[in-house]
Design a protein around this ligand. Structure first.
Ligand code: HEC
Ligand code: HEC
Length: 238
């Protein structure tokens, strides 16, 4: 084969690879996510790995009310594994966190299994960031209706998610973080999003989005999942 033909062939073969990478891609087959799901977690190592994460997500795993950093506490370990794997594989853009999430920083599949098990056991923030519309307002009611009509089949009646399907727990999450993610999912910027969710919310305008997320941010989290007070400090970090 002539060298120029070979080059052309390579170019033709590589172009689709590049564009496939930039497309929506919900679930990787095989690889680290599947490995991590089968491993038995070691919570002690989970705490050790979590130290670097606590710099942004805080020792309690509560993130920040203004929504820059999401709450991680209480999230299903399957969901956190998927998100971490997607971030590591550049299937979900997170330039702030990317260098801290790499295998050279925290280790391989076992470390993923360990850190997500640690995160899942942390009690949740009793004082998450909320939208502006309290119960009783018409926006709250409209948001609730949108939620019941469009979201419960995946996120559950109370935003509890579904661990075995990788559907995130969203109750107790910060309003502004969820609003940003929801918008990115709707507009195709969060590439690892579930295609059925994208279809379900395609017709949501910005007000619908604010109302439904306002409602989610105000779903009460069961007492046995939250910390005793908003001043609770993670004793593992004494
Ligand atoms: C330098 C700050 C920073 C560090 C360190 C960091 N993160 Fe993050 N993390 C973020 C930000 C910012 C986001 C949200 C990005 C966005 O808005 O899409 C995030 C998102 C996540 C998510 C997705 C949450 C969801 O609800 O989908 C997970 C899981 C996560 N981080 C886990 C970790 C773990 C585990 C570590 C430690 C190994 C870690 N992070 C370290 C900043 C950080
Ligand atoms: C077909 C199932 C499905 C439906 C319907 C659905 N979602 Fe989702 N949602 C998902 C999945 C799966 C993810 C995580 C995507 C990923 O892996 O990155 C997600 C992610 C989210 C997130 C980001 C969570 C995070 O921690 O980053 C929010 C917020 C959210 N959904 C809210 C909603 C709301 C509100 C509705 C209804 C208007 C809705 N979803 C409908 C499956 C669904």
């Amino acid at each position: 084969m002539k060298k120029s033909t070979l080059t052309l062939l390579l170019v033709v073969l590589l172009i689709p690879m590049v564009s496939v990478n930039a497309q929506q891609h919900w679930m990787n087959e095989g690889g680290e996510r599947e490995d991590a799901m089968t491993l038995t977690p070691n919570l002690e190592n989970g705490l050790e790995v979590y130290e670097v994460c606590s710099g942004c997500h805080l020792p309690e795993g509560w993130g920040t009310q203004e929504g820059t950093f999401p709450q991680l506490a209480g999230q299903h370990s399957s969901v956190s594994i998927k998100q971490l794997d997607d971030i590591r594989e550049l299937n979900r853009d997170n330039p702030t966190m990317y260098p801290f999430a790499l295998p050279r920083s925290i280790g391989g599949a076992q470390s993923l299994a360990d850190v997500v098990a640690y995160i899942e056991k942390l009690p949740m923030n009793p004082d998450n960031g909320k939208g502006e519309w309290a119960a009783g307002t018409s926006e709250f009611k409209q948001g609730k209706k949108l939620y019941l009509d469009n979201c419960i089949q995946c996120h559950g009646e109370n935003g509890e998610g579904m661990a075995d399907k990788f559907y995130p727990l969203i109750m107790g999450q910060h309003y502004k973080y969820m609003l940003r993610q929801f918008e990115w999912i709707r507009d195709g910027k969060r590439r690892n999003a579930n295609p059925d969710m994208i279809k379900q919310i395609a017709s949501f305008n910005d007000k619908d989005m604010q109302m439904v997320i306002n409602y989610v941010s105000r779903i009460p989290v069961p007492k046995d999942m939250v910390a005793p007070s908003k001043d609770w400090m993670n004793p593992d970090f004494d």
